[in-house]
Design a protein around this ligand. Structure first.
Ligand code: FES
Length: 572
């Protein structure tokens, strides 16, 4: 039998095509031998490990240690671990915004899984966009895959107060803007906000996506909340390596794990943890890779039937390390058990129901409330519809002032991020606390690529007068660590000519969270007279691809051609 006709796994699969498979295998093996591997190692199943360490990603500082622990697990289970680099996205290092590069990382991840000879893959991620990008890539490549998150940072102390990135970053910056914190103090605080490796310490996007990955079944049970510096994190990495081998041998692929039922579970947990608004985009994109469309009206139904159970910042006083000590996402899932689809398979090789049948450790009720006594009787996020957002907008009701939920206000419009930064602190800005701040051209199709700019600062003169919250509306996103009465992801966005582009200073806007509506109270004939203009198409490269293919927020801002079922002509 020629080499090419033998059953294939590991380094024998996916050969380079020279028109002679036996030669291709012989060449590959000789080059693998140049790396010093024994014949025993070369005959084993291969587990790829996506190494996302980067000097531009503080949240992934611990990845090298995790890689070593994963390798241990793979070797112990009889496999050959081989690392490979992919794009890594450090949230605060990317311009104009990390979201613009999430799809690039997803493409990189998908293509490298598919192009290289691996029987299974471990995807190590953590910082905001990395976990969704890896989930998107894994679902599309559909080879046995398991995620491993880097874990959250520990908190620090400043003048006796606990500090953790990044709700406290914003809280103290707001105080600084209001003149309540001095120059020296803000510098001191800056040095104490993020003091360990790992992802942001609160229920921001990274923690939310880790929780969602655990609920979907794509990371090992009990591993979402383990702090980055805890020894359990390394044990989880070793176990992930072993699990990857089992997935590879049993050929358990992501399409068996990411299903309509597990996606519904993930939405429910998103609501129960008071998770980040960004997660709606990311989960929509991940689901789209599996051919699952998330209906924003169904999201509202799930929100209305799912209480908030987890009391973490930005809505509560606690941090991720407290959630870990309190019982982790497993304890949340156990509370939600009557509401979950229990027959969903996980990367542990068991169903969610089987997982939840195991005995439960103690639960700290300060952090994780029982289903019978929730923090809030309904979920943290709702989608709004109306004449200002015909295809929807997102509002985080668990992180907002209920006094602002039912209001009509006068629009104070900023037509770009540049306009916002130029005028927001102008003492002559015509603005009152009852006005609605409106930011245009910060959506997916805008040159800024939908940054986390939806948390518009309170105008300087109002901040100094003690105003802490106002209604703010935009097509931008908001950091999962932020708090405020903020309408986000207005769809269609202004750059694509949506109604948001037509708002003018002085227009009246009505917000009703109860009715799930956001309406621009301007007559249609008047709106028809107001011009809009599309931004120029970039001349080359990824920016041009991005502009051509990016979908709106209701489709998760994925590229159309990467969806399992691309949308037809005339899509928005
Ligand atoms: Fe990486 Fe917040 S900056 S998770």
């Amino acid at each position: 039998m020629s080499e090419s006709s033998k059953p294939r796994h590991g380094l024998s699969v996916g050969l380079t095509n020279y028109g002679d498979p036996d030669f291709a295998l012989y060449l590959r093996r000789s080059f693998v031998r140049s790396m010093g591997y024994s014949l025993d190692m070369m005959s084993r199943p291969v587990i790829g490990i996506a190494d996302t360490y980067s000097g531009f990603n503080n949240c992934h500082r611990g990845v090298p240690e995790l890689v070593e622990a994963v390798k241990r697990g793979v070797l112990a289970a009889g496999g050959l671990p081989l690392t490979f680099p992919t794009v890594s996205l450090g949230e605060v290092f990317l311009s104009p915004t990390s979201l613009m590069f999430r799809n690039l990382m997803a493409m990189d991840t998908e293509e490298m899984i598919r192009a290289q000879p691996m029987d299974g893959v471990v995807l190590i991620g953590g910082c905001d966009k990395t976990v969704p990008a890896q989930l998107m890539g894994a679902v599309s490549a559909n080879r046995p895959a398991i995620n491993l998150v880097t874990g959250p940072m520990m908190t620090s102390r400043w003048h006796g107060e606990r500090l953790g990135a990044c709700t406290d970053c914003r809280r103290f910056w707001a105080k600084y803007r209001a003149g309540e914190v001095s120059n020296d103090e803000i510098q001191d605080i800056e040095g104490n906000l993020a003091t360990t490796q790992g992802t942001c310490a609160v229920m921001g996007t990274a923690s939310t996506m880790a929780s969602i990955a655990e609920t979907l079944g794509m990371i090992l049970p009990g591993t979402a909340a383990i702090p980055a510096v805890h020894a359990d994190r390394l044990r989880a990495a070793e176990a992930t390596g072993r699990a990857a081998m089992r997935l590879a041998l049993e050929k358990i692929t992501p399409d068996k794990i990411v299903t309509p039922k597990s996606v519904e579970n993930a939405i429910r947990v998103l609501m129960a943890i008071g998770g980040s608004t960004n997660a709606v985009l990311h989960l929509t994109a991940v689901a789209g890779r599996a051919g699952i469309d998330i209906d924003m009206k169904h999201l509202n139904e799930i929100s209305d039937s799912t209480p908030v159970l987890v009391d973490l910042k930005p809505t509560g006083p606690h941090y991720m390390e407290d959630l870990f000590a309190a019982g982790g996402i497993g304890a949340v899932l156990r509370e939600l058990k009557p509401l979950l689809n229990l027959d969903c398979l996980t990367v542990a090789g068991e169903t969610l129901g089987e997982r939840l049948e195991r005995p439960m450790g103690p639960v700290d009720r300060d952090v994780i409330k029982p289903l019978s006594e929730p923090l809030l009787p309904y979920g943290g996020l709702v989608s709004l519809f109306g004449s200002l957002a015909p295809k929807g907008a997102i509002f985080k009701r668990s992180a907002a002032d209920p006094n602002l939920f039912e209001r009509e206000g006068r629009a104070v419009v900023f037509n770009s991020l540049e306009d916002l930064s130029a005028r927001i602190d102008d003492p002559d800005l015509d603005v009152t606390p009852d006005d609605f701040l409106v930011l245009q051209n910060a959506g997916p199709l805008s040159p800024s690529g939908m940054p986390e700019a939806g948390y518009l600062p309170i105008p300087g003169k109002l901040a100094r007068a003690g105003i802490k919250d106002m209604v703010r509306i935009s097509d931008a996103r908001m950091s999962g660590t932020a708090y405020g009465s903020i309408v986000l992801h207005v769809t269609p966005d202004a750059a694509s000519g949506g109604p948001l582009a037509k708002v003018r200073n002085g227009d009246r806007i009505r917000l009703s969270v109860k009715e799930r509506r956001i309406d621009l109270l301007v007559a249609e004939d008047e709106l028809a007279r107001r011009p809009t203009s599309a931004p120029p198409v970039p001349e080359r490269g990824y920016a041009q691809l991005y502009r051509r293919e990016i979908l709106q927020a209701d489709r998760g801002c994925d590229f159309n051609f990467l969806r399992k079922q691309p949308l037809g002509e005339g899509r928005v």
